[in-house]
Design a protein around this ligand. Structure first.
Ligand SMILES: *Cc1c(COP(=O)(O)O)cnc(C)c1O
Length: 350
C-alpha cells in the first residue's frame, strides 16, 4: 500500500521538468563571482515581492536567522505572534545567533494573527534608560502552527505602519506567502509591503528540493550575503538548485488547487463526524485528545500526518492528486470506528 503523505508540503519530489532544468543548468562559482541562475532566481523573487534584491539560502531557517542577525543587537527584544516558527521551531537560533529576546504575542486578531494595538502595547512605551529595547516585529504569513492562517494585505499594512511608527524593523517569515496570496487574492508585493526583509520558501508547496530567498534592500542583502557565508551557506555551483527554484515558481498559479484539496479533505472528515474548521490554505488541523494514538492508527491505514500540539496536521500539496484525497478519506473511513473513539472518547486509544 502506497502511503499518502500529508506530513508536509516539503515531501514533494522534483518534477521531471525540474530535474531536466537542473541537469542542463548553466552554472558558475557563486562565492567567487556569482552563479548566473542563482542571480536570476534572486532577482525574479525580489521582483515578485516588490523588493530590491534577494539572497538564496539553502533553508528557510537560515534565511530567518540571517534576517534576525541583520536586525537585532545583543539583548534586543523582538515581537512575534505566539507559536511562530522562529520562536519554537528553529532551535533557539534567534537567541543563540541573533542574541535577541523573544516576546510571543497572543493571537488577539484570530488564529495566528495579532493586532497593531498589541504591537503598541508591547513596544510603545519608551520608558527610562533601563527599559528593555524592542527592535523588531517578526510576522509570519501564512501562520504554520495556527493552521496555515492568512494575514490580509490590509492587516499586514496596519501592523507594519504601527511597527514603523515605533521605530521597529519588520521581518516577514513568508515561508508560505504563496499560499496567503492565493487565498486572499492580494499580490505577493502587497503582502510584503513595507517589510525590511521577507523570507519565502521554494520548497514549501512549490516542489523545489531546497531553497529559500531572503529579500530586502540591496544594502541589507549584501550584508546578509556576508552572514550567509559565515553560517556556511555560501554554495558554489548553486545554479543546479536555483534551476529547480525557477521551475518551482511556475507552480504559483496552481497553488489554489492544493487549497481545494484541503477543503475537500475537511469536508470529508466533517461528514465522518470529526470537528474540523474550514482551512484557509493547504493546512488542516484536526484536534484530537490523543494525537499519538490517532497518528499510529492513521499510519496503520497508510495515511501519514504530523502532530501539532493536540491536533493532527494534514498538509496538501502537488504530489497528492485529487484521487489521493478520496483514497485518504476511504482509508480514514475504514478506521473511523477506532478513530472516532480516539477523537471523542475520554480515554486514550491503543
Ligand atoms: C518551514 C518553515 C520555515 C523554514 O523551514 P526550513 O525547513 O528551514 O526550510 C520557516 N518558517 C515557517 C513558517 C515554515 O513553515
Amino acid at each position: 500500500m502506497r502511503a499518502l503523505d500529508f506530513r508536509s508540503d516539503t515531501v514533494t519530489r522534483p518534477s521531471p521538468e525540474m530535474r531536466a532544468a537542473m541537469a542542463s543548468a548553466e552554472v558558475g562559482d557563486d562565492v567567487l563571482d556569482r552563479d548566473p541562475l542563482m542571480d536570476r532566481l534572486e532577482r525574479r523573487v525580489a521582483e515578485l515581492l516588490g523588493l530590491e534584491a534577494g539572497l538564496w539560502t539553502p533553508t528557510g531557517c537560515m534565511a530567518n536567522t540571517i534576517a534576525l542577525m541583520l536586525h537585532l543587537s545583543r539583548g534586543d527584544r523582538f515581537l512575534a505572534p505566539a507559536q511562530a516558527h522562529v520562536l519554537g521551531s528553529e532551535l533557539g537560533t534567534p537567541a543563540w545567533l541573533a542574541q535577541g529576546m523573544p516576546e510571543a504575542l497572543p493571537w488577539e486578531a484570530g488564529p495566528g494573527r495579532i493586532t497593531p494595538m498589541q504591537v503598541f502595547r508591547a513596544a510603545g512605551r519608551p520608558g527610562p534608560y533601563y527599559t528593555l529595547r524592542s527592535a523588531l516585529l517578526c510576522l509570519e504569513n501564512t501562520h504554520n502552527f495556527a493552521g496555515g492562517t492568512c494575514t490580509t494585505a490590509a492587516e499586514h499594512r496596519a501592523l507594519v505602519e504601527q511597527a514603523r511608527a515605533l521605530g521597529l524593523k519588520v521581518h516577514l517569515d513568508g515561508a508560505r506567502l504563496w499560499h496567503a496570496a492565493a487565498a486572499t487574492g492580494d499580490t505577493l508585493a502587497d503582502l510584503a509591503w513595507g517589510a525590511d526583509t521577507v523570507n519565502v520558501c521554494l520548497s514549501k508547496g512549490l516542489g523545489a528540493p531546497m531553497g529559500s530567498v531572503l529579500c530586502g534592500s540591496r544594502d541589507l542583502v549584501e550584508a546578509g550575503r556576508r552572514i550567509r557565508k559565515m553560517l556556511g551557506g555560501g554554495v558554489r555551483q548553486g545554479g543546479i538548485v536555483a534551476a529547480a527554484g525557477l521551475v518551482a515558481l511556475d507552480y504559483l498559479p496552481r497553488v489554489p488547487e492544493d487549497h481545494a484539496k484541503a477543503r475537500r479533505l475537511a469536508d470529508g472528515l466533517r461528514a465522518m463526524g470529526f470537528r474540523v474548521a474550514p482551512p484557509d490554505t493547504n493546512i488542516l488541523l484536526v484536534p484530537v485528545p490523543d494525537a499519538a494514538a490517532a497518528l499510529s492508527i492513521l499510519e496503520g491505514v497508510g495515511v501519514r500526518v504530523l502532530p501539532v500540539g493536540s491536533a493532527l496536521r494534514f498538509i496538501t500539496h502537488r504530489d497528492l492528486a485529487d484521487a489521493d484525497i478520496e483514497e485518504a478519506l476511504d482509508r480514514i473511513r475504514a478506521a473511523a470506528d477506532r478513530l472516532v473513539t480516539t477523537w471523542e472518547g475520554d480515554r486514550p486509544m491503543v
